[in-house]
Design a protein around this ligand. Structure first.
Ligand code: WQD
Length: 343
């Protein structure tokens, strides 16, 4: 098996941190990214951290012939970690076709190329969104997948089904879907981190941009949920823990340790924190008094989600190690580094 790994979306938030973790584990990495939601600066950040520049191809995975040409050029690649996808819940409601094309046709073209490999390994970037509002907390992998609340969530559900159906008939395809809870934070060097384009949809980048003065104040979307302090609860996992989980999952596929050729794992900390708890933690680690106001609920938000991490702990032998404070401290350091770059 070639130690050369294809990482699609490798200049994105989770992708870039995973590329660093792969290189540090001795893997050679080829990144495909069409730069639609990232920048080449990220390649520089990765190289500053690992002192080794991954190969990079600016390929649009929606172009079937370009995907075919890529695999002809890199014929030795048989392992793929697939991050490349559109991921803004709200945008997916406004523009569903963009999401179905970008998130599903790309997956299909990649799987078509892997079909002819003797022993293909595929890791899919999925999301706890597939559970919707789970009936029971914490959420296990056997929790029912519910009707998605958004086209984005639906593309993750359909994506998992496409992979599972292929694993049933293709004995040469070995795949793992990783269902992330809420990825946050940045690499401790602050050379890479989350780069939201435009107004951040997610809580943590909005908090750090408010704290650094780019945003006037944070709006807390609802304080009338059935939770202890009335705000929504999520499982915020440090992106460094998430990146490490991808390396562990890849090694499981390479070492052919799977009990079946398709597996699913929840990746979270197992702990839920409310929006107000996140704000308090951020104020503690940053020393910043965060301006915020309580406003109405956001359409589509669920009350609470946090992972039962037993399966990942026992089967992958992986456990999240970093705390909410660690993650928020790294996010804050990254935001300040971004500001220095803009000066
Ligand atoms: C977290 C909490 C908001 C912003 C989504 C996707 C998920 C993944 C992560 C892609 C919620 C509250 C937020 C703000 C707020 N995306 N909030 N003010 O919605 O749990 O998950 O992003 O991989 O798949 O579903 O994350 O960070 O948007 O929101 O009060 O300005 O923060 O209501 O309770 P979410 P989020």
């Amino acid at each position: 098996m070639s130690k050369k790994i294809l990482v699609t979306g490798g200049l994105g938030f989770i992708g870039s941190h995973t590329v660093v973790a792969l290189q540090e584990k001795g893997f050679e990495v080829v990144i495909i990214d069409n730069l639609s939601n990232s920048s080449l600066d990220v390649l520089g950040g990765i190289t500053r951290i690992t002192k080794s520049s991954p190969e990079f191809e600016n390929v649009d995975l929606r172009d079937k012939s370009a995907v075919k040409m890529f695999f002809e050029k890199y014929s030795e690649i048989d392992a793929v970690i697939h991050f490349a996808a559109s991921k803004a819940v709200g945008e997916s409601v406004e523009n569903p076709l963009l999401y179905y094309e970008n998130n599903l046709s790309t997956l299909i073209y990649l799987l078509q190329q892997l079909k002819v490999k003797e022993n293909a390994k595929f890791i899919f970037s999925s999301s706890c969104t597939v559970y919707g509002q789970a009936d029971e907390l914490p959420i296990t992998e056997s929790a029912p997948v519910k009707k998605a609340e958004s086209p984005y969530g639906n593309t993750k559900q359909i994506g998992e089904e496409i992979i599972q159906d292929n694993c049933k008939v293709l004995k040469n395809l070995n795949a793992i879907s990783l269902r992330y809870f809420n990825p946050i934070g940045a690499h401790p060097t602050a050379y890479i981190g989350e780069l939201p384009i435009g107004t951040p949809q997610n809580l943590i980048p909005y908090i750090t941009q408010t704290a650094v003065g780019k945003r006037e104040e944070l709006s807390v979307f609802g304080k009338d949920y059935p939770t202890p302090d009335g705000t929504c609860i999520r499982d915020y996992i440090h992106v460094m823990d998430l990146a490490r989980a991808h390396v562990v999952a890849l090694e499981r596929l390479i070492d052919e340790e799977q009990t079946s050729n398709y597996e699913v794992f929840n990746l979270g900390t197992g702990t839920g924190n409310s929006v107000l708890e996140v704000i308090n933690s951020f104020e503690k680690v940053s020393g910043v008094d965060l301006p915020y106001k309580i406003v109405g609920r956001r359409e589509g938000d669920i009350t609470a989600a946090y992972a039962d991490t037993t399966k990942a702990n026992e089967v992958l032998k992986w456990k999240a190690e970093k705390s909410l404070d660690d993650a928020l401290e790294s996010a804050w350091k990254w935001q300040k580094a971004l500001e220095e770059k803009d000066e």
